[in-house]
Write a protein that binds this ligand. Structure first.
Ligand SMILES: CC(C)(COP(=O)(O)OP(=O)(O)OC[C@H]1O[C@@H](n2cnc3c(N)ncnc32)[C@H](O)[C@@H]1OP(=O)(O)O)[C@@H](O)C(=O)NCCC(=O)NCCS
Length: 194
């Protein structure tokens, strides 16, 4: 049996304007209606209180954006404004990596509680968020422009607690375990070729 090729290493870093072409290419594939280049540029320019991250993978001697996430913070609260992963890179813990880093930064900023909206039909994203402790608290009817779908509002409390630090550590460990599995598959693939 042929060993599966390992996913190339994913790195999470602060989003910059130079990342926007890659970000927008994903945005147009996954969000309807998408945010515009102007919206992302304005968020990046707004500075304090905003954190935007990209996940990148090596591609030849360059890198490509495979996902991104962002939040607004203020008054001890954060609002997760966007999370998206390239459809070709989904279910490889890219969003998990982004949320581990984003919520760790929220803790460092002293944030106590965080909220987000997610499409009522988007069970995959809701499952992802529940892994990070977000719980549903209500619906915003016809929230999404275009198709008018309802948004589920989710909140996360106790970000500053030790229990939450342990939850984040568990999610980080899942990412590390996935990376270790990829390394083992790579070793097996190299061994098989000899
Ligand atoms: C939702 C989204 C961000 C998830 O990104 P991802 O990198 O594939 O997520 P991860 O691989 O980190 O998933 C972690 C866990 O979340 C849950 N999950 C994520 N996507 C899922 C899906 N499509 N169906 C069911 N569960 C899902 C699973 O529990 C998963 O763990 P598992 O793979 O071990 O079962 C991605 O599918 C996406 O960009 N979708 C389009 C945009 C969107 O919906 N954004 C979020 C709402 S604003």
């Amino acid at each position: 049996m042929r060993a599966e090729a390992p996913p190339p290493e994913v790195v999470v870093r602060a989003m910059r304007r130079r990342h926007l072409p890659g970000v927008l290419a994903i945005e147009h594939r996954v969000h309807h209606p998408p945010w515009s280049a102007g919206t992302f540029a304005a968020e990046l320019a707004a500075g304090d209180g905003r954190r935007y991250l990209v996940a990148q993978q090596p591609r030849g001697w360059r890198t490509r954006v495979v996902g991104y996430a962002g939040m607004l913070t203020g008054g001890g609260e954060a609002h997760v404004s966007t999370v998206a992963v390239d459809p070709d890179a989904q279910r490889r813990r890219v969003a998990t990596r982004l949320l581990v880093r984003l919520l760790a930064e929220a803790r460092e900023l002293g944030v106590e509680r965080a909220s987000l909206e997610v499409r009522a039909s988007n069970r995959g994203a809701q499952r992802l968020y529940s892994r990070f402790g977000f719980a549903p608290v209500g619906l915003r009817p016809r929230y999404y422009p275009g198709d008018g779908e309802d948004a589920l509002v989710m909140w996360l409390d106790d970000l500053q607690s030790d229990a939450y630090a342990a939850r984040l550590a568990r999610q980080a460990a899942r990412v590390a375990a996935a990376d270790a599995g990829a390394d083992e598959r790579a070793d097996a693939a190299r061994g098989g070729r000899r």
